[in-house]
Design a protein around this ligand. Structure first.
Ligand code: SF4
Ligand code: SF4
Length: 349
């Protein structure tokens, strides 16, 4: 996957401290750092602000990240998800001062922040921290006018502060690659040559100020498809933008839970419920419509048989997950409906 990417002329690789218990950073070292000259690629890593409770954690975590990645500096380093969700890590501990110092010392070439917060929050934080050089935002055509996520408003704030924008969730962790048939039909009728994913990519890649789109590929096929998309990432026409508005209306009418699959909640659940996975199945089931039996419901049954996992009805309503959710979803409430949807006699419950 790395070789395909590098051969095609792309060279930005993004990693995060906690993903896969550090294996993401180590994989980056093995696949990239140990195989390519240092100046030929750019590494993006992030300070896990949500895991910081004491000043004494900062230096060891940063040193560990450099060591795991096998580098002497990060090309781009971000304060990870600066928001109400992580405020202990940047209000109680001066993490901003720490990362600014690391930049002065040459360990960080460019310093920025990522956030899932709203536009007002972003405006305030960029006013207080004008030294942030760039921002990583959740931007996609579906969240563009969403009142909770405020993609458009966040992008406008970034432009107001003159900050270059990196994009995450361009197709909502795959959600926008599998749109309802009616939406897909509208897209194909307007432009038969473009895939459903292509519409999502072209929407974000052509926004003013966007310098990088994180595509989140998890297979060689996805890398190859993304390379093809970005070779010819022409802007959407006015007609196509109008189609996307209609597509969003259709999808929004069918989305039940606005879960982005960030998985921040999952490790806090004492009942071992894979909330993210279950919500994904639930959303897909709702988009397909109510069914007595569906492959999605079958996938839920298969999930429920895995050793040690909790299912929706195992939720004890302890609410430990709620404050971890950047989308502010009332998780235990939704799980009640998930249980009603999937845990039926028809599925053997
Ligand atoms: S409220 Fe339910 S889903 Fe949330 S952490 Fe508690 S048991 Fe898990
Ligand atoms: S429920 Fe919230 S915290 Fe959990 S995966 Fe979904 S968006 Fe993330």
């Amino acid at each position: 996957m790395v070789d395909a990417l590098m051969d095609a002329g792309f060279n930005c690789l993004d990693t995060v401290y906690p993903y896969h218990e550090g294996l993401s950073e180590i994989a980056l070292k093995k696949c990239v750092v140990e195989r390519y000259p240092r100046e030929s690629f750019k590494i993006f890593d992030k300070l896990p602000t949500f895991a910081i409770t004491e000043e004494s954690q900062l230096e060891p975590i940063f040193a560990e990240q450099l060591e795991r990645c096998g580098v002497e500096y990060f090309d781009y380093y971000l304060m990870h998800n600066v928001s109400g969700f992580s405020e202990k890590g940047w209000l109680d501990v001066d993490s901003f001062a720490f990362t600014n110092k690391k930049k002065e010392e040459g360990y960080i070439k460019h310093l920025g922040l990522s956030t899932h917060a709203n536009a007002e929050f972003l405006d305030n934080i960029l006013t207080v921290h004008p030294e942030m050089e760039f921002v990583l935002l959740q931007l996609n055509y579906l969240d563009w006018e969403d009142e909770g996520i405020e993609s458009r408003k966040c992008w406008e704030v970034a432009r107001k502060h003159n900050k270059p924008v990196m994009v995450m969730e361009a197709y909502k962790c795959g959600f926008l690659s599998d749109v309802p048939k009616e939406s897909e039909g509208l897209m194909k009728k307007c432009n038969p040559d473009k895939s459903v994913v292509s519409w999502a990519m072209r929407f974000v890649a052509n926004l003013e100020g966007v310098f990088l789109v994180l595509t989140g590929s998890s297979s060689l096929e996805q890398v190859e498809n993304n390379i093809e998309e970005f070779k010819n990432i022409d802007p959407l026409s006015d007609d196509e933008l109008n189609v996307l508005k209609k597509v969003s209306e259709i999808i929004n009418a069918n989305i039940t839970v606005d879960c982005t699959k960030c998985r921040y909640c999952v490790e806090y659940c004492p009942e071992e419920i894979d909330i993210s996975k279950i919500f994904d199945l639930y959303n897909k089931e709702k988009i397909l419509g109510e069914n007595e039996w569906s492959p999605i419901g079958n996938a839920y049954v298969n999930y429920s048989k895995l050793p040690g996992v909790g299912i929706a009805s195992d939720c004890s309503e302890c609410e430990a997950c709620i404050e971890e959710c950047p989308q502010e979803i009332n998780i235990p409430e939704v799980l009640k409906d998930v249980a009603k949807t999937f845990e039926t006699e028809g599925y053997g419950f």
